[in-house]
Every structure is written in C-alpha cells, then in structure tokens.
Design a protein around this ligand. Structure first.
Ligand SMILES: [Zn+2]
Length: 418
C-alpha cells in the first residue's frame, strides 16, 4: 500500500512524503511513490502509534470501583475480592473494551501483565492490535504457587510462539510479592529464551522502606544484587529512587515504565523523570490498569506527564521529549521495531485530522499533539500495515457488542463477588 500526501513525523521533524508499506513494514519513505493500492492522506498528519508500556488491560472491567481510597485498602477491600472471581470470559470482554479505547486514542502497541492471558491473546488476534504480554507471577514466597505460576507462564509463552502481533515476556509482579527463587528462575528462563522481563519496582514509599529493613538495600539495589538489571528488563513505576538507584539503572541499561496518572491517583509520589532522562535512562510511558487511572488514553497520559514534570521548571521535558517517551522509547523498552516512522520499521501508524479543533491553528504540530490533541482528531489507525480503524470506525471490532458484553460481564462479576 502507498500512503500518499500525508505530513509525517520522520527523524524528529514533519515533512510531506509518501510511505510504502509491504507485508506490515515500511519499505520506502519518499516523494511521489507510485503504486496500485493507495491511501489518500492529504490533510492528515501521520505519527507512529503510541506504545503503552504498562497496562493491566482487562481491569477496564473494574473501572470506577473503589476510587479515592488508599492503595492497600483499595486492593484488599475492592480489587482483590473482585479479581478472585474473574473468569476467562470476563477478561476477554474487559480486554476488548480496553483495546477499543486504545485504538480510538491512537495506541498501536501495549505491554500487559495480568491473568487469563489466553483471553488477551484471543482479543489481540480478534482486534488486530500489537501486544507484548506476560502472566503475572506472584508466588508470595510459596513453593507450590511458584511452580504453578511458572508452569502457567510457560503455557502462555507456548501459545504466543509464531504469533505476528504478540510477543511474550516474563512478569514477576514485584520483589515484595515474589521470592528470590522465583526471580532467579525468571532470569534464567528469560535469558535462555531471549525474552524480556516486566516487573513493578519501587512504586511506594512503603515498598522502599520495607526493602531497606528486610534486605538492607533499596528495591533497585536488591534487584541488582540478583543480577536482574540489564537492557532486557522493564521496571514499572520507579517512583522512589535514590541517587544510587538512578545510577544503577543508568549503568545497567534497564528500562523505566513511567505511570504518572496512577502514581498521582494512588498518591504514590512523583518519579524523578527529568533526572532519569538526563542520566540517559530509557524512560517510556504507561497508563497502568484502568482501575487506577481510570483510562488507557496515552495522549492524556503524555500531557499529564509533561505538565507534572514542569513543576520543577517549564523547560523540563520539551514536547518532542514527551512524544519520544510515549512512542520510540516504549518500542526500545519492548525491543520492537515500532514507535518511529522509519524504513524497516513496522507500519504502526496514526493519522490525525489537521482540521479538527484541537489541531488548529497549527503553528507547531508536535506541541499540538502533546498538549492539545483530542481523540476525536484521530481518523485512521494502522497496525502492522492493516487499518484497524478507518474513518473513526473500528475495522475488526463490533464496538456496540463490546460495550454490551463488557458491561454484562462487569455486573455479573460484581454479583458473584457480592
Ligand atoms: Zn501495574
């Protein structure tokens, strides 16, 4: 397919050019490419799709349950009792609801950790979006649970093999819910299979202080003492980091998945993102689950991040840096060839209407995208060279069916959990 006449973001600037897409990848970017199958993109800005690097997608089903509560109370009184009653069908429709929101807000790839991950594989294949996924491993220091969780992770890994849109990683939940034995088993499996590791780290002050008390080390130092930190690991949150922690993450090349809305909503704190960026740490962006956000809209997440870190100085995180954090840095964290419009990269693209109110006037396209873009300006979304949304209509998903089924599953779930 030849995408003709769009204004695309390429090498840090916008230029008018055509894009040739073959077998899901970008094979040529230049002016006046000829071809039979064309897509008229005149009047549209083309950007790489957003990469949401930390989600628990099926939690869209729990959106709005127990807001405005402290983290531990929220988890033990609201979230865990509901999660204990989840079924495969709940998760499938929760995943579909999340995917609808992601596509409509310009996300083309997400990195998920949850349970019933076969339901996510089914949803991703039905919807045509790209995902990296892991089964959340929580052994709570119990050997039997550890073996059961590892077995499930390997089963899910086998289901992902050969899937074009799906990559698999290992997902130990956090150092305070996983034994040292589990973390070491994860490291070995990830190394042998050349896959990535996705973990929550240093999310709350309590986690940091508990780790100091128990190990005499911060959560980051503890992970480093187990040789788990390298460029293949993705660390969600990293809200509480010492100077030494930042130095360790920078030296090891570990990736940080920043979730500003969730950190604000749960009052976890503000991650030291400008300092991390200055220390050359690869910081990417995630929404976390919809129950602690409460949405999966990456543009809104990006804007919140940009504004939050301007509390120190308005020069912190210029628009292009915020945009990179929401796109190319996410692709780097995941080890995927997306997040930038380049020859050889996957054709995961978002087409934005310049005539939408949120894009007018257009003195500076990147600043409009970071600070004013609204989802209504997104006209088409392409993943792997296929249009998953065309003229604001989802291609492979019956949107109304998703809303009805997801709401029915959500009320049944609440009923079962009493
Ligand atoms: Zn999380």
């Amino acid at each position: 397919m030849i995408i003709k006449g769009g204004i695309l973001y390429h090498n840090g600037r916008f230029l008018k050019s055509d894009i040739s897409v073959v077998n899901g990848s970008i094979v040529n970017i230049s002016k006046d490419i000829a071809g039979d199958e064309t897509l008229d993109a005149s009047g549209l800005v083309i950007i790489p799709g957003f990469v949401n690097t930390h989600t628990h997608n099926a939690m869209t089903l729990l959106r709005g349950v127990g807001d405005d509560m402290p983290l531990q109370e929220w988890l033990s009184e609201k979230i865990w009792p509901l999660e204990a009653n989840l079924t495969y069908r709940d998760c499938y429709w929760g995943n579909m609801l999340g995917i609808v929101e992601m596509i409509k807000t310009g996300t083309t790839c997400f990195n998920d950790m949850y349970f019933f991950m076969d339901s996510l594989i089914e949803a991703v294949k039905d919807a045509g979006i790209r995902a990296s996924l892991c089964h959340g491993l929580i052994d709570l220091f119990d050997e039997e649970k550890r073996d059961k969780d590892l077995k499930e992770a390997k089963r899910i890994h086998d289901l992902c093999r050969g899937e074009e849109l799906i990559s698999f990683c290992m997902g130990p939940h956090a150092p305070y819910t996983c034994s040292k034995e589990l973390l070491l088993a994860v490291k070995e499996y990830a190394y042998e299979n050349d896959i990535r590791v996705h973990i929550h780290l240093s999310e709350t002050c309590k986690e940091y202080e508990d780790s100091m008390r128990e190990h005499g080390m911060s959560p980051t130092e503890y992970m480093n003492s187990l040789s788990l930190l390298d460029e293949n690991i993705m660390l969600a949150h990293c809200v509480h980091l010492s100077d030494n922690d930042i130095d360790i993450i920078s030296r090891t090349g570990a990736n940080v998945l920043h979730c500003p809305c969730s950190n604000l909503k749960l009052s976890s704190g503000i991650a030291r993102v400008p300092e991390m960026v200055r220390s050359s740490i690869n910081v990417s962006l995630g929404t976390d689950g919809a129950s602690s956000n409460n949405g999966l809209d990456m543009q809104s997440e990006m804007k919140t991040m940009a504004l939050l870190h301007k509390l120190g100085s308005p020069t912190n995180l210029p628009a292009s840096t915020s945009f990179d954090i929401a796109t190319i840095n996410g692709a780097k964290a995941l080890g995927l060839k997306c997040g930038a419009i380049e020859v050889g990269n996957l054709a995961d693209l978002v087409f934005i209407d310049l005539d939408h109110y949120s894009m007018r006037p257009c003195h500076n396209i990147i600043s409009n995208i970071v600070y004013s873009l609204r989802p209504g300006a997104i006209r088409h979304v392409m993943v792997n060279g296929s249009m998953v949304m065309e003229d604001r209509e989802l291609t492979f998903i019956d949107e109304q069916e998703v809303y009805e089924k997801a709401e029915a599953q959500a009320s049944r779930l609440v009923g079962r959990a009493g």
